[in-house]
Design a protein. Structure first.
Length: 184
């Protein structure tokens, strides 16, 4: 299970420095091999400002978070976000501490905690809109369900989709993930 295709397919906007983070799930047969791959990619991409973190490994399915720590630190301090996260039990909003708390919540709950959107660059208004509306009554959807700023977000979704297409074409043509990763 090489992670390179997952990185291109699910994380191109983060590799291109267009987005703070992406998340993907993948099957694994050996947790040790998975951990070694995640660590290997983390070490390779960290000099460019990108980190990988295994958030959950359960029943042969892993949840891997690919992110830019500096951008995440900024996202976690946006207006209203610290207060929202405090209500969900986050007491320390440094990226490492916040991700550790998120990982614990993912490992102890059956459903995704709704605040995960804030770790994926979703606007607070859309995360709150999803919660308030139970996932219904959204204006549009793409990478997430949109409740605010529909036109602006639709353009952003198109940008992410274009990035993914360009990255697949370049990767298929022989460019490596390291060559495609924009340095912070």
């Amino acid at each position: 299970m090489p992670l390179d295709r997952y990185l291109i397919d699910h994380c191109s906007p983060t590799l291109a420095n267009l987005k703070t983070a992406n998340l993907f799930s993948c099957r694994y047969s050996s947790q040790e091999q998975l951990a070694a791959q995640v660590l290997g990619w983390h070490r390779a991409l960290e000099p460019k400002g990108v980190c990988l973190r295994l958030l959950r490994a359960k029943n042969g399915c892993a949840l891997i978070y690919v992110y830019r720590p500096q951008r995440l630190a900024c996202d976690l301090c946006k207006p209203g976000v610290p207060e929202f996260l405090a209500r969900e039990g986050y007491t320390n909003l440094s990226p490492d501490a916040a991700l550790e708390h998120l990982s614990q919540r993912l490992c102890t709950q059956d459903a995704f905690p709704h605040e995960i959107g804030l770790f994926l660059s979703y606007p607070l208004g859309d995360v709150q809109g999803f919660i308030d509306n139970g996932g219904a009554h959204y204006k549009c959807s793409g990478c997430w369900k949109v409740y605010c700023n529909e036109c602006e977000t639709a353009k952003l979704f198109a940008k992410y989709q274009k990035c993914r297409g360009v990255y697949w074409r370049l990767f298929s043509g022989g460019r490596s993930i390291l060559q495609l990763t924009v340095a912070a």
